[in-house]
Design a protein. Structure first.
Length: 271
């Protein structure tokens, strides 16, 4: 009889502990794990003269279980982002319902950290730094770094050869004066392929492209007036390491209004 009474008292105590302030019955064991979190980073921090924006997006099947409540650049006061001082971002995550979900882990395995397509030409990867849970595992603070493209000393020699204007070469490096808007560069034997990017008025425009030839026609993307350049780098056959970017001279596209037709007449000329 005494043992039965003891069991009843223990069960009653557990029941009282599992009742919240609203009177809703709830036990900690009823919570479910948020699961792995897919976060996508889109940024141009430290890229170009206007590189000061970033965003973080939650993707995947379990985005109804948590949300991003805040993001912050930890070293935003820095004016000299570099390979040794990359942008560092802090992301605060909160469960959607603290009575239903909880963050089960703060290790790197709890996340899938990816770059947005538009940022893949700017950084090499999103690097996990640390994560910390708080508020009874209903809040999680994640810190990451946006690592710039890796380079190797060996690949710097590839960059030099890309930009050489050898008089014996029929192609050379720069804008092709006979085919306006066409960029060309020297073939590099160690390259698996080349990555190219169009630059307008000092700012990246369009997407970064991977090409296997040593020339590319940008003319369809050069319809707006401005000063255009292209930049190119190699991706090595063996290691996939990238060389330094090599930037061309300026090609100016000037727009003039033709009074008789109101059309925009575009002319181009290399400086």
């Amino acid at each position: 009889m005494k043992q039965t009474t003891k069991r009843i008292l223990i069960s009653a105590a557990v029941l009282l502990l599992s009742v919240g302030t609203t009177g809703t019955m709830y036990a900690a064991s009823d919570k479910s794990k948020v699961g792995k979190m897919d976060l996508v980073f889109d940024s141009d921090l430290g890229i170009g003269v206007d590189g000061n924006s970033f965003s973080v997006t939650a993707e995947g099947a379990n985005t109804d279980r948590y949300y991003i409540s805040d993001t912050d650049v930890v070293n935003e006061d820095s004016e000299d982002f570099s390979d040794s001082n990359p942008p560092e971002i802090e992301v605060t995550l909160v469960v959607a319902d603290e009575d239903q979900w909880y963050f089960a882990s703060s290790s790197s395995d709890a996340f899938r950290l990816n770059l947005a397509t538009s940022s893949k030409n700017r950084y090499d990867k999103v690097q996990f730094v640390s994560a910390k849970r708080s508020d009874k595992n209903t809040m999680l603070t994640l810190r990451v770094k946006l690592i710039y493209d890796k380079k190797s000393k060996l690949d710097n020699r590839s960059a030099i050869s890309l930009a050489q204007n050898d008089v014996a070469s029929s192609v050379g490096f720069g804008w092709d004066s006979t085919h306006p808007g066409t960029a060309s560069w020297n073939t590099e034997e160690s390259a698996r392929y080349y990555q190219i990017q169009l630059v307008r008025n000092g700012i990246d425009t369009g997407i970064m492209r991977s090409v296997y030839k040593n020339h590319y026609d940008f003319s369809s993307q050069m319809t707006e007036p401005g000063e255009y350049q292209f930049r190119v780098r190699t991706v090595r056959q063996s290691s996939h390491n990238k060389s330094e970017w090599v930037t061309s001279e300026v090609w100016t596209v000037a727009g003039e209004t033709e009074e008789s037709t109101g059309a925009n007449v575009v002319s181009a000329g290399a400086e």
